[in-house]
Ligand binder design. Structure first.
Ligand SMILES: Nc1ncnc2c1ncn2[C@@H]1O[C@H](COP(=O)(O)OP(=O)(O)OP(=O)(O)O)[C@@H](O)[C@H]1O
Ligand SMILES: [Mg+2]
Length: 455
């Protein structure tokens, strides 16, 4: 369907010119010779208007009054202001009051067309965000995300929750693996406890008795018999975090428990059966550990029955605004502070940053920004310096050298980075990149075909 613009302009020549330029560019147009006529169009509920172009000074109703009505009745339609040299000040006021942008007469045809295209793209992007927000409730409890890879993950979590098989959660540090493990447990309906065990945090010599428990006489110092964490998770879910750190001697014992559904406490002769469900997580390349002989292959296959991959945050920038809002609210509520907004500059910086520490790093940055914010808005100055400064090209060049990127890979990173910075606005990104739109679209198609997500 073609986008439709409402043109409000009292000078006939100007109105005809605008109509012709927009018609030629493939838009539908509606025209009004004064503010009142324009308002009549805006009030008609069944009339589709995607964009308003208005003059500042018009008889019967000024552009400013028309803008206020348009914002109220059609908040989704952007308003572009056309201004004569003498009324630039009023036009600036109108931009402050919510107009998309103003353009001074006389202007080139391509200037107005570029503005129209940008304004329409931006409002389409905002509608898409709103739609994603509405779809949010489908997510498992506590996990924020609306990007395509996250929605896929939510589907897989639901499938994993319905099955009794072992789940292996894979993802970089801070991506939310523990959250995913908890969601699998909560949605599984298993009534026992969720028992998290961090395999990296327990000293190797203690982990066996922590997991399996021990009899009273198992070793000196152990006077009371004690159940281990596997028994504690009976009927619930045992979450083996950083499972790659499990010491080699314990690995076959865990495998046996998984196969038999039973535990034998350290020092005991008999096994006790348990209703065991394991969710394991790792940020390591466990396959490589298997090849290097650090991790038992049979245990790996036993754990890797259902595999959930949590994508890094840089591959799903559309989730960043949602997470920012979530963490701002969470932090202000916890600190009993008044609600805070995030300025669009700050949000643009947060969205462009690559987040090597993923969601955890973002959460920390927001907590800090909430503490730093002085007024009612979080601004770029409240963000950590590395976030503020590393969106620049130097960080990308440094990373490209470190990772031995090819020129093609570097180009891809740069293009995607610029696109994130423009909030997904492709015509503005093309302009910044010095590419024509066709070339940009072709590149994006290639990246999509290579499996890039969130485009
Ligand atoms: N999608 C999300 N929605 C809301 N909060 C999230 C999300 N992902 C992560 N978090 C939050 O980010 C922090 C890190 O998440 P989590 O501990 O689950 O990461 P992890 O993958 O287990 O990291 P690590 O590998 O370092 O242990 C937590 O405070 C978690 O609540
Ligand atoms: Mg973790």
């Amino acid at each position: 369907m073609r986008d439709r613009a409402l043109i409000a302009e009292d000078h006939d020549d100007m109105r005809d010119l605008l109509q012709e330029v927009l018609d030629d560019a493939g838009y539908e147009t509606l025209v009004a010779a004064n503010g009142r006529q324009a308002l009549a169009h805006i009030k008609k509920e069944n009339e589709m208007i995607d964009l308003v172009i208005t003059d500042v000074r018009m008889p019967e109703m000024t552009g400013h009054e028309l803008l206020a009505k348009a914002r109220e009745l059609r908040p989704e339609s952007p308003v572009i202001v056309i201004t004569a040299f003498g009324s630039v000040e009023q036009a600036v006021e109108m931009v402050k009051a919510g107009a998309y942008q103003y353009l001074t007469k006389p202007f080139e045809n391509r200037d107005i067309l570029r503005l129209v295209e940008e304004a329409l793209e931006e409002s389409a992007a905002q509608r898409e965000q709103a739609r994603l927000r509405r779809e949010q409730p489908a997510a498992p409890p506590h996990i924020i995300g609306a990007s395509r890879p996250m929605r896929e993950l939510f589907d897989h979590i639901a499938l994993a929750a319905r099955s009794a098989s072992t789940v292996l959660v894979i993802g970089e540090s801070g991506t939310g693996k523990e959250l995913v493990a908890r969601a699998v447990h909560e949605m599984s309906g298993r009534e026992g406890a969720f028992v998290p065990v961090n395999c990296a945090a327990i000293p190797a010599e203690l982990i066996e008795s922590e997991l399996f428990g021990h009899t009273g006489s198992a070793f000196t110092g152990a006077k009371q018999p004690r159940a281990g964490l596997i028994e504690a998770s009976d009927g619930g879910t045992l979450f083996l975090d950083e499972v790659g750190e499990l010491p080699p001697p314990v690995q076959p014992k865990l495998l046996r428990s998984l196969q038999e559904g039973a535990v034998r406490r350290v020092g005991a002769n008999i096994e006790k059966s348990v209703d065991l469900r394991v969710v394991a997580a790792t940020n390591r390349d466990l396959e490589q550990d298997v090849r290097d002989g650090r991790f038992r292959e049979d245990l790996f296959w036993r754990l890797n029955v259902i595999r959930l991959e949590v994508p890094p945050l840089r591959e799903r920038p559309v989730d960043i605004p949602l997470l920012v809002e979530h963490f701002v609210n969470k932090t202000t509520e916890a600190g009993k502070k008044p609600p805070l907004d995030v300025s669009s500059e700050a949000l643009a910086i947060l969205t462009a940053y690559s987040w090597p520490g993923n969601v955890r790093e973002l959460e920390n940055a927001i907590e800090r920004a909430v503490a730093f914010a002085r007024g009612t808005v979080i601004t770029p100055a409240d963000l950590p310096k590395r976030v503020r400064t590393s969106g620049g090209a130097s960080a990308l060049i440094a990373r490209s050298i470190e990772q031995n990127m090819t020129l093609r890979e570097l180009e891809r990173e740069y293009i995607l980075g610029v696109l994130r910075r423009t909030g997904g606005n492709k015509s503005r990104a093309a302009e910044l990149l010095g590419l024509d739109r066709k070339t940009l679209y072709r590149r994006l198609d290639e990246y999509r075909a290579d499996g890039a997500t969130g485009l």
